[in-house]
Design a protein around this ligand. Structure first.
Ligand code: SF4
Ligand code: SF4
Length: 227
C-alpha cells in the first residue's frame, strides 16, 4: 500500500488552519496562532522533465470530488466524530514515482488530481516553539535537492513568480478545495477569512494573524517571519 496522504491532509493542512480543537486517531489536535504570509499568493512554475515531488503516495478523494476513471478502494476516515468515505487510488509502495506520472514528468490526471497534489506547494510550516506562530505560505520542499526527477537527476525544477490577480484566484481555488475537506468533517477553520484577505488588494500585501485563543484574526501586521 502506498504512503497515506489522508493523514498528512488532516495532521498538516487541516490541523494548521483549524480554529478549534478536533480529534483524530484518539488524539486532540489543538489550533495554534497562524501567520498567513503574503507569499501564499504567488505563482509557481512546474517545468517538464521533473516529477520529483510525485512519489508513491495514496491518491485520495472525497465522495463527490471529481476523480479520474481508475480503480479505487473505499475506506472510512473519522475526524472529530464525523466519518467520511474516502476513495483511494493506491500506488505500489515499491514504485519510485506515482503511476500517474508520465515519462516527461507530467501528471496524466491533471485537473482530476487529488487535493493534496493540487495544493502543493502551499504548506503550513509548524513551529514547536509555543511562542512562534505556525505559518501558511507557499514554500519549496525541504531537502528538495535529494529528490529524484524522472530524468534521474536530483533536485526540483520549480520556482516562484510574483503575485497578480490571476495567482490570487488560483490560490483561492485551491484553498476552497481544502475547505471542502474541512467542511466534510465539520471543522471550524480560518479558510473563509484567509480567502477574504487574499481577495482584498489593500490587505494581502501584509500578513494576516489568526488567533484561536481570541477567536479573531488581525490583518495588516508587520511580519518578522517573511524575511
Ligand atoms: S518538484 Fe516542482 S517542478 Fe518538480 S514536479 Fe514537483 S512541482 Fe513540478
Ligand atoms: S496524481 Fe499527478 S500530481 Fe499527484 S502525485 Fe500523481 S502524478 Fe503527481
Amino acid at each position: 500500500m502506498s504512503a497515506d496522504t489522508v493523514e498528512k491532509t488532516i495532521t498538516s493542512y487541516l490541523a494548521g488552519v483549524c480554529r478549534k480543537p478536533f480529534s483524530y486517531l484518539g488524539k486532540i489536535i489543538e489550533p495554534k496562532v497562524l501567520n498567513v504570509s503574503p507569499l501564499l499568493l504567488r505563482r509557481f512554475s512546474c517545468p517538464p522533465e521533473c516529477g520529483a515531488c510525485c512519489k508513491s503516495y495514496s491518491l485520495d478523494f472525497l465522495e463527490g470530488e471529481m476523480m479520474p476513471d481508475l480503480p479505487f478502494r473505499e475506506r472510512p476516515v473519522e475526524v472529530n466524530g464525523i466519518t467520511q468515505i474516502i476513495r483511494t487510488i493506491d500506488n505500489p509502495p515499491e514504485s519510485a514515482f506515482c503511476l500517474q506520472l508520465d515519462e516527461h514528468g507530467r501528471c496524466r490526471i491533471h485537473g482530476r488530481h487529488p487535493m493534496p497534489c493540487d495544493l502543493e506547494p502551499i504548506k503550513v510550516i509548524f513551529y514547536r516553539d509555543s511562542q512562534t506562530p505556525n505559518r501558511l505560505t507557499q514554500q519549496l520542499r525541504g531537502r528538495g535537492w535529494r529528490l529524484e526527477q524522472v530524468t534521474g537527476q536530483r533536485g526540483t525544477r520549480c520556482s516562484f513568480l510574483p503575485v497578480d490577480d490571476d495567482t490570487v484566484e488560483e490560490v483561492v481555488r485551491r484553498l476552497e478545495r481544502l475547505k471542502v475537506w474541512a467542511d466534510a468533517f465539520e471543522l471550524d477553520t480560518w479558510l473563509n477569512a484567509v480567502i477574504r484577505w487574499a481577495r482584498e488588494p489593500s490587505l494581502r500585501n501584509t500578513p494576516m494573524i489568526c488567533c484561536p485563543r481570541l477567536h479573531a484574526y488581525l490583518e495588516g501586521l508587520a511580519n518578522e517571519f517573511d524575511a
